[in-house]
Write a protein of this length. Structure first.
Length: 106
């Protein structure tokens, strides 16, 4: 189970966008990287194709997962823990925020 998933709201801990928050668009577990909406924007030169115009576009570049932290209900950065909820066949592994103890999913 991953600590950070698509759709989570995260805060950037280090880099040029330190302190900014955004929603995770995509997670790349093999590379330990993620794309966050509106964070780590870069300019790319794009060649004209049948479906797109040529020009300079802004898009998100990936950020290493170690520079991201999940946000709790107060909007502050929190570490993520895992616990088992339920018993027997109904047992489920869920994430929880270490600062507040609130369950994140499940």
């Amino acid at each position: 189970m991953q600590k950070i998933r698509k759709g989570d709201t995260v805060v950037v801990l280090a880099g040029k966008d330190k302190g900014r928050t955004g929603e995770v668009i995509q997670v790349m577990p093999k590379d330990d990287r993620a794309l966050v909406r509106g964070v780590n924007m870069v300019k790319r030169h794009q060649r004209q194709t049948a479906s797109q115009e040529a020009g300079i576009i802004n898009k998100e570049a990936s950020i290493h997962l170690s520079n991201l932290s999940l946000t709790d209900k107060n909007g502050k950065a929190t570490r993520v823990g895992f616990k088992i909820v339920g018993e027997g066949e109904n047992a489920k592994k869920v994430r929880f925020a270490k600062t507040t103890g609130d369950q994140i999913d499940g």
